[in-house]
Design a protein around this ligand. Structure first.
Ligand code: FES
Length: 131
């Protein structure tokens, strides 16, 4: 089973205040270790739901935002890669069209509680900084 299918357990790691993630607004970017290597990730709000992904296109493993934290297309309906225009569904991370194939984005589990957003490390995605 894919680790992203599991319901996260535990408290998670604090990411940001819920109010930081405005509906279809700028993403909150954060650093992680992906397979032990430094990588960027982002969280945004879409249809009221906080979602987070590795900032890595499924076409070429490069960062996708056209300006820092800007991941949505001009209609604010899809996540779009600024390099070659691959389009992803914001809620599932699935590839909608373009050169992203069937892989889609690497999802990072997040939950909101009491006005805060928490993210959940996985076997593959760990915190960049240990407290
Ligand atoms: S690198 Fe994202 S579409 Fe090519």
């Amino acid at each position: 089973m894919d680790s992203s299918d599991k319901t996260p357990t535990g408290d998670g790691l604090p990411l940001c205040d819920s109010s930081t993630l405005q509906e279809r607004g700028k993403a909150h970017c954060f650093e992680v270790l992906q397979y032990g290597q430094p990588a960027s990730a982002f969280a945004l709000r879409f249809e009221g739901q906080a979602v987070a992904y590795l900032n890595r296109c499924a076409h070429v493993p490069t960062e996708m935002d056209w300006q820092e934290g800007e991941f949505l297309d001009s209609d604010k309906r899809y996540i779009i890669c600024s390099i070659h225009g691959a389009v992803y569904d914001p809620l599932s991370g699935r590839c909608v069209t373009g050169m992203c194939g069937r892989i889609g984005l690497h999802k990072i589990e997040v939950q909101e509680r009491e006005g805060k957003v928490y993210w959940y490390p996985s076997r593959d995605t760990k915190p960049a900084f240990e407290d």
